[in-house]
Design a protein around this ligand. Structure first.
Ligand SMILES: Nc1ncnc2c1ncn2[C@@H]1O[C@H](COP(=O)(O)OP(=O)(O)OP(=O)(O)O)[C@@H](O)[C@H]1O
Length: 176
């Protein structure tokens, strides 16, 4: 049975750091997916950049982007989800090769504005592929349904466990 792990955490608790460290520890896995990180300017957060595991980067959201959609102060460029985030997820679920692992950071309000992304995530969770995804702690019908799935392990990321989680998860995912 494939391993599906959701890493839930409050904003800024360290979810992206956990999945980046995890990816660096996964020597036997072919990791496909993306992470999102904040862009800071003069100490203030001004946007978010999306980076694929293959090294492609683009600004997903920025205070200077007009939107729509807008999430808080940020205009979101949904084209970035289509161009960068989706192809890897769709390819991985279409052909769930042995050793492949999907990494998604994160299932958050900005990313979930894309209906195509939601559909790609649904495919990943329906297919027999291992997946690790970070997820916001907000209540939301799409992510609430994923969290309720009996085949999903929901792990809450806290300041107390964020340093040990990458190693624990790597051990779980490498010994297969
Ligand atoms: N294990 C850690 N030890 C020390 N600092 C950390 C650790 N993990 C994260 N941080 C710091 O906390 C901040 C937020 O980390 P990170 O971006 O990983 O959190 P996040 O939960 O993904 O945030 P967001 O909700 O904005 O996506 C960063 O400045 C990061 O350097």
């Amino acid at each position: 049975m494939p391993t599906k792990i959701l890493l839930e955490g409050r904003p800024g608790v360290g979810k992206t750091t956990v999945v980046r460290r995890l990816a660096a520890l996964l020597h036997t896995r072919d990791v496909v997916g993306f992470t999102t990180d904040e862009i800071r300017q003069g100490g203030a957060r001004v946007g978010f950049v999306l980076e694929t595991t293959t090294g492609h980067r683009a600004v997903l959201a920025h205070v200077d982007f007009p939107g729509a959609p807008k999430v808080g102060r940020y205009g979101v460029d949904l084209g970035v989800m289509d161009r960068l985030a989706l192809p890897g997820l769709l390819a991985a679920s279409a052909e769930p090769l042995p050793g492949r692992l999907v990494l998604i950071d994160e299932l958050g309000r900005m990313e979930l504005y894309s209906a195509a992304f939601r559909e790609a995530v649904r495919c990943v969770f329906e297919t027999g592929i291992d997946a690790v995804s970070t997820v916001h702690a907000h209540s939301d019908p799409f992510t609430d349904a994923l969290k309720r799935r009996t085949d999903v392990e929901l792990v809450v990321v806290t300041r107390a466990n964020r340093d040990t989680l990458p190693g624990k998860l790597a051990a779980q995912l490498e010994h297969r």
